[in-house]
Design a protein. Structure first.
Ligand code: ATP
Length: 304
């Protein structure tokens, strides 16, 4: 059996992007640029990020039996991701329909498609893949019950569980408590703490402390250009600044950060060490356009 440094269980989407002068109002039709099609989805992004850095990476996901699904599979394989866990069919590949105006504002419609058909049964059937992984990394672009099943299966198989609860959704308390590492940005932290306004209005240190009280063993808060905060159950909370870079496109920076972090932390780095590496990966990714195509190799991170 192939051993994985990291197994990502999550979404794979085709991002369909059209630049427009003005985003259309209800009932309106506008003409736009040529269509650009990019591989995306938080799960697929994380897998590519880790594989490009050199991690032995697998992806458990579902795509449609269509051209977008083939594009996503080809991209994963070209980056060295093991796609044995990618199931095909049941619905069209998930897509994000994106219009962007000259000011950079966008409107996005997501059709989850096959991502919404990744079931708890699919996860149970992939128990062998889970058992081969040091770390299993999850996000919330697949059904919550599938995430819950993956958290349980991974824990039982002895893999560490990393969760980025994005996009924010009501998370069962037992799922949060079963995480070894929770990775949140400001928006996700405040959402999870919506029932604790005093903590939600506080500092990132206060968010981390309040989230740790709900059970995850460690919490990392990403802070954009300011870097990230690493907090553990023993009360330590360390801010790790990002290298200063000229950001041109932050799309998918969070996924690059989390893929890199999950890999290094699962490989045995101290949490602060792993975050130090991940902020360098995130910082490199924002200096280039796009999501997956902006993700660096280990040599590029070292050269930053
Ligand atoms: P996104 O949704 O844009 O993918 P996010 O909101 O989940 O990202 P951020 O906190 O914005 O997460 O960014 C994740 C990481 O990427 C940061 O912790 C940092 O390491 C890096 N990063 C993001 N923006 C910048 C920037 N302008 N300069 C340097 N590093 C950045």
């Amino acid at each position: 059996m192939h051993g994985y440094d990291l197994l990502v269980v999550g979404s794979a989407n085709a991002d369909l992007v059209v630049a427009v002068e003005r985003r259309p109002a209800a009932g309106e039709t506008v003409l736009g640029s040529d269509l650009a099609t990019h591989p995306g989805g938080k799960g697929a992004n994380q897998a590519v990020a880790a594989a490009r850095l050199g991690a032995a990476t697998g992806l458990l996901a579902r795509v449609g039996d269509d051209a977008h699904g083939r594009l996503l599979l080809d991209t994963q394989r070209a980056c060295g991701v093991d796609t044995r866990g990618v199931l095909i069919g049941a619905a069209p590949t998930g897509v994000a329909l994106i219009t962007v105006d000259p000011s950079g504002d966008n409107s996005i419609v997501v059709s989850p498609g096959a991502n919404a058909r990744l079931t708890p049964d699919d996860v149970r059937a992939a128990g062998e893949l889970m058992a081969a992984a040091k770390v299993v990394s999850l996000q919330l672009e697949i059904p919550l019950e599938t995430v819950a099943e993956a958290v349980t299966t991974a824990g039982r198989a002895g893999a560490k569980v990393v969760l980025n609860p994005s996009p924010p959704a009501p998370l069962p308390v037992e799922v949060l408590a079963a995480c070894d590492l929770l990775v949140v940005n400001e928006h996700e932290a405040r959402y999870l703490l919506r029932d604790a306004p005093a903590a939600a209005e506080g500092t990132p240190e206060a968010w981390a402390k309040a989230l740790l009280a709900r059970g995850p063993r460690s919490v990392v808060v990403t802070l954009g250009a300011a870097g990230a905060l690493a907090a553990t159950g023993d009360g330590t909370a360390v801010r790790i600044p990002s290298p200063r870079v000229r950001a041109v496109d932050t799309t998918g920076a969070g996924d690059a950060f989390t893929g890199a972090l999950a890999w290094r932390w699962g490989a045995g780095d101290e949490l602060t060490e792993a975050v130090r590496f991940a902020v360098r990966v995130g910082a490199t990714a924002v200096t280039r356009p796009g999501a997956q195509q902006s993700y660096p190799t280990a040599a590029e991170v070292a050269a930053l």
